[in-house]
Design a protein around this ligand. Structure first.
Ligand SMILES: Nc1ncnc2c1ncn2[C@@H]1O[C@H](COP(=O)(O)OP(=O)(O)O)[C@@H](O)[C@H]1O
Ligand SMILES: N[C@@H](CC(=O)OP(=O)(O)O)C(=O)O
Length: 460
């Protein structure tokens, strides 16, 4: 059975890091290695794009030259064989020349995406040559731009991906090791596109689902998914097991270790997803699967960059049409609502700050009075069945946060999560308070769910 292993930007960040990867590859069966760009590269490419939009071409050209020199250095460090190196440098230059050719032109969405795509093309071409040299067996580089495709609605085209990938793999029945690019894809019109920042995780799970992999491994720089954001909170710890739905909520609501949509393809096909640490391969990491395990609060994540729209109905439409009309506006503007709270004649909605916001607000104003609260974040507390029980976890959360302003609360939308809307400026203190007073307060797991509740779920 095929395994899929994704190595993130930090895992391929230097030639030295890339040299650590062969030891992590399976020796007992075929596998597809999905690589991100070397860490920092996509940021530099995005800066070049911004400089072009701002008309600062010389600055963009200087950045690009520095990046080219950097990649020549990585290639020299990684590839000792002179002939292999010479060939790799030509390939590296092809990527840089593609960007160079775009510098004099007015930037467009298409050129922007072509520029951003070069990071993954560079990392895979270097790693492919390196791995071929040290494995002494066929290693096939599968171009993601030939199989990773979006539908017209910008969602991944799962059947196209599956058909193309299956065809491509069938050309190499003996091959055990394939390499491909994460993040990059084509849109429905076959133009170069991407799966948004951090999208290589999503590439890996889409590929895993397409080939019905036995396991998908996400290799990164930390020992699994932590109970809280380790970048801003002291005393976080890895969660050893999560269910698909718990992990999907945490990823959607901001746990940066996973792309927001990346759990869904694995979940749909029941493929175990392991988060592992390249720098500490022996650590158990986190296993995300459909396996049942103890309930109770497990982790918290935060999604930033939201605003709250409060719409108070002008009562010109009947009450039961009001919510429909509100949701219809979001549908028309292709905008997802993250959190909703309703009252008799009013509704509050937490949504991302999208470009269409002025149009959305204008449409909502036809339904009633609209107020906007900016700079809010959703805190998502996740744990198996934490909502539908006599479990005291949620109470502990509310007690711990009693001095914090809460704009909205979502309790019951999912049995496994409790979402709170806070001012973005309170984010770090809220996360630290939850860590100190909830996660490290010694609350036990949820042990009992009444039979009635189980029956209700089965009927539903
Ligand atoms: N809940 C969390 N658990 C683990 N890591 C997290 C969490 N929230 C944020 N992170 C951050 O995510 C980082 C890993 O994701 P990312 O930077 O995308 O890695 P990669 O470069 O491998 O793609 C970690 O270094 C960590 O700082
Ligand atoms: N290179 C892309 C895609 C990606 O997934 O990167 P990483 O695995 O390093 O988060 C980015 O920086 O967004």
């Amino acid at each position: 059975m095929m395994k899929v292993l994704k190595f993130g930007g930090t895992s391929v960040g230097t030639a030295e890091r890339m040299r650590m990867l062969p030891a992590l590859l399976p020796t007992d069966g075929p596998h597809i290695v999905v690589l991100s760009a070397m860490s920092g590269t996509t940021n530099v490419l995005a800066t070049i794009v911004q400089q072009l939009y701002a008309g600062h071409r010389p600055a963009a050209a200087a950045q690009l030259d520095r990046l080219r020199v950097h990649y020549h250095g990585v290639a020299r460090e990684l590839l000792p064989d002179a002939a292999v190196l010479a060939n790799a440098l030509l390939a590296v230059d092809t990527c840089f020349d593609a960007i160079d050719a775009l510098l004099p032109l007015l930037p467009t969405l298409t050129s922007e995406r072509i520029i951003l795509a070069q990071g993954e093309l560079l990392s895979t071409l270097l790693f492919h040559r390196y791995l071929t040299g040290i494995l002494g067996q066929t290693v096939v580089l599968l171009p993601a731009l030939e199989f990773m495709r979006l539908r017209p609605d910008h969602e991944p085209d799962a059947s196209f991906i599956e058909n193309q990938l299956t065809d491509m793999l069938s050309n190499y029945p003996e091959c055990q090791c394939f390499i491909t690019q994460g993040y990059i894809c084509r849109d429905a019109k076959k133009c170069v596109d991407n799966l948004k920042r951090g999208g290589s995780d999503y590439s890996a799970t889409l590929i895993g689902a397409a080939v019905r992999a036995s396991e998908i491994q996400i290799w990164t720089d930390i020992d699994g998914l932590h109970n809280n954001d380790p970048r801003v909170v002291k005393g976080t710890y890895p969660i050893r097991e999560l269910s698909f739905d718990e992990a999907a909520e945490l990823a959607y609501f901001g746990a940066k270790i996973l792309h927001p949509c990346s759990v869904l393809p694995a979940w749909e096909h029941g493929i175990p997803l392991r988060l592992l640490n390249t720098m500490q391969p022996e650590a158990p990491g986190t296993l995300i699967s459909s396996r049942g395990h103890a309930g109770g609060i497990k982790a918290v994540s935060v999604k930033d960059g939201l605003l709250v729209l409060k719409v108070c109905s002008n009562r010109r439409i009947v009450a039961y049409d009001f919510l429909h009309a509100v949701f219809d506006i979001f549908k028309r503007h292709h905008t997802t609502i993250d959190l909703v709270a309703t009252a008799e004649t009013a509704v509050s909605l937490a949504v991302e700050e999208v470009d269409a916001m002025p149009l959305i607000v204008a449409d909502l104003q036809k339904l009633g009075h609209v107020t906007v609260v900016r700079d809010v974040s959703v805190v998502c507390v996740v744990g198996q069945q934490l909502v539908r029980s006599s479990y005291d976890g949620p109470q502990l959360v509310f007690n711990a946060l009693r001095n914090i302003d809460l704009h909205m609360i979502s309790y019951g939308g999912s049995v496994n999560s409790l979402c709170l809307l806070i001012n973005a400026s309170n984010k770090v203190s809220v996360l630290q308070i939850l860590n100190d007073r909830v996660f490290n307060a010694g609350i036990g797991p949820l042990l009992h769910v009444s039979d009635d509740q189980e029956v209700t779920e089965l009927v539903a």
